[in-house]
Design a protein around this ligand. Structure first.
Ligand code: DMJ
Length: 673
């Protein structure tokens, strides 16, 4: 149409386009010939007809257009590339959100129907990954970046060996110099001793197992079912008579309050999950969602509320993937922070979580050493999950400060620390029991939690274990049981709290993580002693405190019990250590010992109408004198460790992926093995 109109308009103009097409059309009268050969010939003819000047102008124009074309193509290409990349990125992020969710299922299956426990084992599998129950999963990125694997193994091994040697040779002095030379000798660039706090850049999401970790379900066994039955019996009492309150009083069918925060319910959340008690878990979750309020004018103990409430909420968040628990954890974490506003930054023991004020106990400005040094796993994890450094900073500062303090005895710490001066007080008394116990436990566990990089923690731990060996270990008569006594102003006392029975488990965990083999040997001898603290007693239950006989006396056992110490509070430490020992050795005697203990709890502490009770007298099987109180740790710790001890599934809360806080709440290891 265009060319025809040009032809009709008159003689061809020597214009490149119109001339060519118009002319050709005119020439082609009588038929439309558009063959390639004809077109080529005709073009050539036209070209020949042009003057030299015209040809030069046309060639110049072509060349000019060609150059322009190349330039604009390059710059447009760049622009286009970035546009397409961006849109690809957009697509990827949109697609990756669901993909990441699928690749990171919660570590354990959604709790199963409680009724399922009546028989059919295969249905009771604990392996299927659940969908998150409520709310959305947390943001992506599970781990703080791991160093290269081969390098990590080498340097960790070197570090551990070097620390062991130096501690043994007593060379790890408090002087800057030796520490620097030790570090210089073993630390590779990727093994910075900086606390992980400086690396917190963005919030983390709940822990998870990799897809390839999924394997055939391991059926529950009779003993695990017995634990579930015991738990349900305890839960029934709590539900019927103490729902939403701190502790059940099973005999008077009522409750007691400590903080007024539903302590037993929160402490038991992750046990419900692990045992697969779905209905009970849902009910408890509902209470947390609707009734758990921290905005209350109430004084809470910083340590107890951290290990039970903050720890319980964090681990339940990790297991279930339910953001409700993280929100609650953030809330209580923030409300506990005023405790750190002290002249020394060593926190006060008590906080009013409604008013935002904190204070020491009425009679002193001291805090307990174990309390201020056993809140770190929880606050560090809270920082990692929220991306807010303040929690970790506060607790790391405490550890750094304690690391530098004088008043230790070969790594053993006194029991009190002053919140004004920041110095240890009541010097000269050393125990692995009440008021100091979990200081030692958290040295090792923080080191593991943070990916085995914080060498001061390892150094303090190794030194302390050497201190235990040097000052606190003795053997009893007649059975020659190795036990951990106490030291008061140079005098050895053959007294051992049941609380000390956390130690075999902790030593075994250290050995499993590459520490000295003799730690494992010591763990094996100490767990035997802890078992004897049950076996040598009339009810088969341990008292709160025992005294060991250092000299053989006719008719006397190794274990002596004073009238004031013969109570049992349903404590977990021995079953906790049995769990670690079984996981690391596979020796079934540890399961058998735990089974005996469970049966004796059932025999002497079970209340028929629901719940279990502390007892006053472990030496009187005909009247153990029930105390009318079920401590929250019986559900949070004792029964959980029993269940895990009896499990043949070594990956059920794998000890290479999780670190248990001192209240048995599993938190993820940041750089799992
Ligand atoms: C628990 O609250 C914790 O295990 C703590 O570390 C020690 N006391 C009880 C259990 O005995």
């Amino acid at each position: 149409m265009y060319s025809g109109a040009a032809a009709a308009a008159g003689p061809p103009r020597r214009d490149f386009i119109s001339v060519t097409l118009g002319q050709e059309d005119a020439v082609g009268v009588g038929g439309y010939n558009n063959s390639k050969a004809w077109r080529r010939r005709s073009c050539w003819r036209k070209w020949k007809q042009l003057s030299r000047l015209q040809r030069s102008v046309i060639l110049f124009l072509f060349a000019f257009l060609g150059v322009c074309g190349v330039i604009s193509y390059t710059s447009m290409g760049e622009a286009w590339k970035s546009i397409t990349n961006k849109s690809l990125d957009d697509q990827r992020t949109e697609q990756e959100v669901p993909r990441l969710k699928l690749a990171n299922p919660a570590v354990l299956p959604a709790p199963q129907k409680a009724d399922a426990y009546r028989g059919d084992y295969p249905e009771l599998s604990l392996q299927k990954p659940p969908k998150p129950l409520h709310g959305r999963r947390g943001p992506s990125k599970l781990q703080i970046k791991a160093p290269r694997r081969d390098m990590k193994l080498k340097t960790q091994h070197d570090t551990v060996r070097a620390v062991e040697e130096l501690v043994k040779a007593d060379k790890v002095e408090k002087t800057e110099k030796s520490i620097i030379s030790w570090r210089g000798a073993v630390i590779e660039p990727d093994q910075s001793t900086e606390p992980p706090s400086s690396k917190i850049m963005e919030p983390e999401k709940p822990s998870s197992v990799e897809v390839e970790d999924q394997k055939e379900p391991v059926p529950l066994n009779e003993r695990q079912l017995a634990v579930i039955e015991a738990f349900r019996h305890a839960w029934k009492g709590y539900k019927d008579f103490a729902w939403g309150h701190d502790e059940l009083k099973p005999l008077s069918k009522s409750y007691s309050e400590w903080f007024g925060l539903g302590l037993t319910l929160i402490d038991a959340l992750d046990t419900l999950w692990i045992l697969g008690l779905k209905e009970e878990f849902e009910e408890a979750r509902k209470w947390v969602a609707t009734d758990l309020v921290f905005d209350k004018n109430v004084d809470v103990n910083l340590f107890e509320s951290t290990i039970r409430i903050l720890g319980g909420l964090l681990s339940t968040y990790h297991l279930s993937g339910d953001s409700l628990f993280l929100e609650k954890a953030k809330d209580i974490g923030n409300r506990l922070m005023p405790a750190f506003k002290t002249p020394s930054k060593i926190p006060y023991s008590d906080v009013n979580i409604g008013r935002g004020t904190a204070h020491p106990p009425r009679w002193t400005s001291d805090s307990t050493v174990a309390e201020v040094t056993s809140i770190q796993l929880e606050f560090r994890e809270l920082s990692r999950l929220t991306g807010d450094e303040k929690f970790q900073k506060a607790v790391d500062e405490v550890m750094k400060h304690v690391h530098t303090l004088s008043g230790k005895n070969d790594g053993l710490v006194p029991m009190f620390i002053n919140t004004n001066s920041g110095q240890f007080t009541h010097l000269g008394v050393y125990t692995l029991g009440a008021r100091a116990d979990s200081y030692y436990e958290y040295l090792l566990k923080q080191w593991i939690q943070g990916g085995k990089k914080e060498n001061e923690l390892l150094e303090d731990y190794m030194r302390a274990i050497e201190g235990v060996k040097k000052h606190l270990l003795q053997r009893s008569e007649p059975k020659k049981l190795t036990f951990v006594g106490e030291l008061a102003h140079g005098h050895f006392s053959a007294k051992m709290d049941h609380l000390v029975c956390f130690l075999p488990g902790t030593l075994a965990l250290g050995a499993h993580n590459g520490l000295a083999a003799d730690h494992m040997k010591l763990a094996e001898t100490l767990i035997e002693t802890c078992y004897q603290m049950y076996a040598q007693v009339e009810t088969g239950l341990s008292p709160e405190i025992v005294h060991f006989n250092l000299h053989a006396q006719k008719g006397h056992k190794d274990v002596e019990i004073k009238p004031a110490d013969r109570h049992n509070l349903l404590r977990p430490e021995t079953v906790e250590s049995l769990f670690y020992m079984y996981r690391f050795t596979g020796d079934k005697k540890y399961q058998d010992w735990g089974w005996e203990i469970l049966q004796n709890f059932n025999r002497y502490t079970r209340v028929p109408t629901g719940g279990y009770t502390s007892i006053n007298n472990v030496q009187n099987p005909s009247n153990p004198e029930p105390r009318d109180k079920m401590e929250s740790f019986f559900l949070g710790e004792t029964l959980k460790y029993m269940f895990l001890l009896f499990s043949e599934d070594m990956d059920l809360i794998s000890l290479d992926k999780y670190i248990f806080n001192t209240e048995a709440h599993p938190l993820p290891i940041w750089v799992p093995a």
